[in-house]
Design a protein around this ligand. Sequence first.
Ligand code: HEC
Length: 107
Amino acid sequence: MKERLPTIPAALTALAAALGWACASAQEADAAARGLAATCAGCHGTGGISAGGTATLAGMPKDAIARTLRAYKSGALEGTVMPQLAKGYTDAQIDALAAWFASQKAR
Ligand code: HEC
């Protein structure tokens, strides 16, 4: 009995560590996406809510944002600034940006 006691706290510590890690990584992913999205705020507004002149990205379907960014990146879609800008992002970053803007409330 005595030898078995330490295993429970050890298991709890491992579980707590695993849960903590899962939470932290989700928050880190969100923070990373927000950081990427900050680049877009200058033209598309804070949180993707445009003050006018550009599209409001907040609440736009994730697929539409990702598809449009990839089209700018590949040159399939023409534009003034977006083709140039989209070339700077990896596919994973495009997906993260699309997911983040899609999850923002358009108000
Ligand atoms: C310098 C200003 C500027 C910045 C910065 C900018 N955009 Fe744009 N965005 C535009 C303009 C202007 C258009 C219209 C297409 C064009 O002329 O390139 C556009 C179009 C778009 C569209 C298509 C919208 C639609 O409904 O057709 C998407 C999606 C988009 N931008 C996403 C982004 C994302 C994501 C970022 C950040 C990584 C970003 N933009 C940063 C100016 C900007």
